[in-house]
Every structure is written in C-alpha cells, then in structure tokens.
Design a protein around this ligand. Sequence first.
Ligand code: ATP
Ligand code: MG
Length: 155
Amino acid sequence: MQKIGVPGCFVTELQQESFPYSTDQGFSTPYIAGITYQLKGTEVKLIIATIKPFKLDEVREALTEAGIRGMMVTEIKGFGSQSGHTEIYRGAEYAVNFVPKIKLEIVVNDDSADAIVETITKSAQTGKIGDGKVFVLDVQQAIRVRTGESGEDAI
Ligand SMILES: Nc1ncnc2c1ncn2[C@@H]1O[C@H](COP(=O)(O)OP(=O)(O)OP(=O)(O)O)[C@@H](O)[C@H]1O
Ligand SMILES: [Mg+2]
C-alpha cells in the first residue's frame, strides 16, 4: 500500500505500481492498470430516497442530527411492488394506483453515505408496505455556485 498526498486529500487505495495522475474534471485522478480511482476524500454520493409523506419531519430531524446541512425535497407519485399494476388502454400501457411519496435528494461525502442511508432507513421505517426506497449514486461533479468550490467543498 502506498499513500500519496495531493492538495486537500490523500490516496489510501493505490497499489504498488501506481503512478501519478490524469487531471480530467479538475482534480487529480490516479490511473492504475486501466482503472481510474477517484481520490479518497473527493468522492461525493447522491442519495435518493422515497419515503412516506407523514415521515418527512421525523426523517428530516434525524438527518439534521446526523449533520446533514442540505437536501432537496419533492412531492412525487410512484408505485412499488404492490400497487403498481399496469394496464393496456387503446394500445398504450398505463400505470395505475400511484401512491404519493416524498423524494429526498441528498449529496454527501462518500465517507458518510452509509451512515446517512442508515439514518434514513431507520427513521423512515414503519415495517409496513410502502416504506419507500433508497438509491445511492456516484456524483460526477458538485459545484457551489457562489464560490466555484467543487467536490465535497461544495456541500
Ligand atoms: N424500481 C423502482 N424505481 C424507482 N422508484 C421506485 C422503484 N420501486 C419503487 N420506487 C419508488 O418507491 C415508491 C413505492 O414505494 P414502495 O415502498 O411501495 O415500493 P415497493 O417496491 O412496493 O416496496 P414495499 O414492499 O416496501 O411496498 C414509488 O413511489 C417510487 O418512488
Ligand atoms: Mg409498495
């Protein structure tokens, strides 16, 4: 294991044959044996969670206690495995029985993503059907408009 420091972050996952970086997307990215490794500490994740609307306050409170400082909240409708039967009407397929949900979108440091997912699932769970879903995605770029800061500095 080799540890290489670059401004603002450290690499801890480089193998011995590692060598310096390409600089696409504005930050240094070690490139090893055809695989691009993002530097630890520069990765951010997008957590998309749908929850029952009446759980919003409880989930938001739990997330605030967990240190979350920003999120997007949208009222949506959707369907899951029970209520989402589809039907064909005049040749087109329609999904019926949409259920109202709240969608949360939260961008977090890679390091805290697991804990935040756990916070959401614990606070949103009733144990009954329709408690929602959580998806975690890689974020390619995050930028604070006011300052131009990027990556985890932007969140
Ligand atoms: N495959 C999917 N892709 C995107 N969103 C989904 C998917 N499945 C469910 N959802 C989202 O979850 C909501 C339905 O939630 P629900 O919790 O009922 O899902 P479910 O799969 O039926 O799980 P459960 O068994 O807990 O009811 C939808 O409104 C939608 O937002
Ligand atoms: Mg369901």
